[in-house]
Design a protein around this ligand. Structure first.
Ligand SMILES: [Fe+2]
Length: 199
């Protein structure tokens, strides 16, 4: 085998290897994009509006973890996407302002509240504990998490998200309930928020 032929073979093999690596890389990239593509919820129901109640505090910090370190509640991570009214797009850079009762069913001034911002894909996530319901008799409130959503500093909605115990109860549509899954002592809750009257 002469020198030129050898160079040709080595060159060809190198090109095949590089082409294969590039092909596999592109394939992997494409799969990544497909798996992270945003899927609209099956049932696109906008959040209901309510008055927010007496426990809202406007100037709470931005933080992903709402509870104090020494809490005794069941750990809960809530995550989901924020959608426009007909779920054709997600809303990035919106502020979700959250407040809830503690694991003992009480509101506190400092904790069990906080603001989070949706990322570039409209995704949000926060860590908290499962709240306890509160009130007696007909005034009983099942466990819930209050939230307001602001887009460009304008309030779009005040609403609440609930837990499994109200499934099937009139007025508590399935879309308002956090879908829970237990993972190593932590509840993972999926909850998409659909903004009413907002395109
Ligand atoms: Fe409440």
């Amino acid at each position: 085998m002469n020198h030129t032929k050898l160079k040709f073979i080595i060159g060809s093999v190198a090109i095949i290897i590089i082409a294969t690596v590039v092909f596999v890389f592109l394939l992997f990239e494409r799969e990544q994009q497909e798996t992270t593509a945003i899927v609209s919820p099956d049932n696109c129901l906008p959040a209901f509006r309510d008055g927010g109640g007496p426990y809202y505090e406007p100037n709470v910090p931005f933080r992903d973890k709402l509870v104090p370190e020494d809490n005794e509640g069941e750990k809960l991570i809530v995550e989901g996407y924020l959608y426009n009214e007909d779920c054709t797009r997600t809303i990035s850079n919106a502020v979700i302002d959250i407040w809830q009762a503690s694991e003992e069913g009480e509101y506190e001034e400092e904790y069990y509240r906080g603001k989070i911002v949706t990322d570039d894909t409209g995704y949000y996530k926060f860590e908290t504990v499962v709240p306890l319901g509160y009130g007696e008799g007909t005034a009983y409130r099942p466990p819930h998490i209050h939230f307001k959503v602001f887009v460009d500093d304008i309030e779009i909605v005040t609403s609440q998200m609930f837990f499994e115990d109200v499934r099937g109860v009139e007025g508590f549509e399935d879309e308002y309930i956090i879908e829970l899954e237990n993972n190593n002592e932590t509840w993972i809750g999926i909850h998409n928020i659909v903004l009413p009257d907002y395109q």
